[in-house]
Ligand binder design. Structure first.
Ligand SMILES: C[S@@+](CC[C@H](N)C(=O)[O-])C[C@H]1O[C@@H](n2cnc3c(N)ncnc32)[C@H](O)[C@@H]1O
Length: 274
């Protein structure tokens, strides 16, 4: 197997490499381990194979140990911050590297932010490190929440990031109505369903929603156009005034499937969200 082929089929989180080859393809897995160890002799200390899809409410995956140290906890470094994580019990993806830089760069001093699907706190901590803000950082996975708390300490942002454990729609509805200038929704599986709660979280004067989605698009179709159509179909009947100020394809996730992000700027909220 050549390096280019291996490159697309693994992620490195901290010092752990996670390869994605069909579980019955033992020969390929062996080659991938050898190649990774050769490419990153000092960086990679453990290699695992992903043996399930990313699944369930917590968006986690099952792993099979292949080589090196048999542990799933590591510290991942990104844009000068440190994220301690158990790669089998929490979601983390180095493929969000660009968004992890792009969104914090948009934040203005003094903003109040709600991250509805925080994982171990990557976006929340990166934002708090960049700007003087308050970030309410919600996750439903108790393990991710514990690592988030630890990561807040590790990165010295305890005054700015407030970790909250729970279902973000409940947390917003009961504690965080009309407080936010900006809402992050980095969970494509729930973003459309939870969009009314993101509206409810925004201040009366409006704000920005970072909306993540998965979109199917065949040849000739635009994944962005299709994502926009879904959002328009949800927001227009609610009487929300908004514009989609930015959009991009984050990555391809399979044949004809894409992860997309839209920045939705809401200028006024109908009274039912106040
Ligand atoms: C794709 S991950 C988020 C990734 C994270 N933003 C990052 O940058 O690494 C989605 C997260 O949403 C959490 N989650 C799923 N359903 C939720 C809900 N109803 N309320 C709050 N968090 C939820 C999962 O536990 C998971 O950690």
């Amino acid at each position: 197997m050549n390096s280019a082929k291996i490159y697309n089929s693994y992620d490195i989180v901290g010092d752990i490499a996670i390869i994605k080859v069909p579980s019955d393809d033992v020969e390929n897995a062996k080659n991938a381990v050898e190649e990774i160890m050769k490419l990153y002799p000092r960086r990679v200390k453990a290699v695992f194979m992903q043996v399930s899809a990313v699944q369930g409410n917590f968006r986690v995956r099952q792993l099979k140990f292949l080589a090196g140290e048999n542990r799933t906890v590591t510290i991942h470094k990104e844009h000068g911050c440190f994220f301690k994580v158990d790669v089998e019990r929490c979601y983390i993806s180095p493929r969000l590297l660009f968004e992890h830089k792009r969104i914090p760069a948009l934040v203005a001093q003094g903003e109040v932010i709600i991250n509805m699907f925080s994982g171990v706190g990557c976006f929340s901590i990166l934002i708090a490190k960049t700007t003087n803000t308050k970030v309410y950082s919600i996750d439903i996975n108790p393990t991710a929440y514990e690592f988030m708390q630890e990561n807040v300490q590790l990165n010295n942002v305890s005054g700015s990031v407030v970790p909250l454990l729970g279902d973000s729609k409940e947390v917003v509805n009961t504690q965080l109505r009309n407080v936010a200038d900006r809402v992050l929704m980095p969970l494509p599986e729930l973003a459309l369903k939870y969009l009314p709660y993101a509206l409810m979280a925004l201040k009366q004067s409006g704000g920005c929603i970072h909306y993540f989605d998965f979109q199917h698009a065949t040849k000739g179709e635009s994944p962005i156009e299709k994502t926009c159509q879904k959002v328009v179909k949800c927001l227009d009947p609610l009487g929300v005034h908004y514009r989609i100020g930015f959009s991009r394809i984050i990555r391809s996730t399979g044949p004809h499937w894409y992860q997309t992000v839209l920045d939705i700027y809401v200028s006024s909220l109908p009274s039912k969200f106040l």
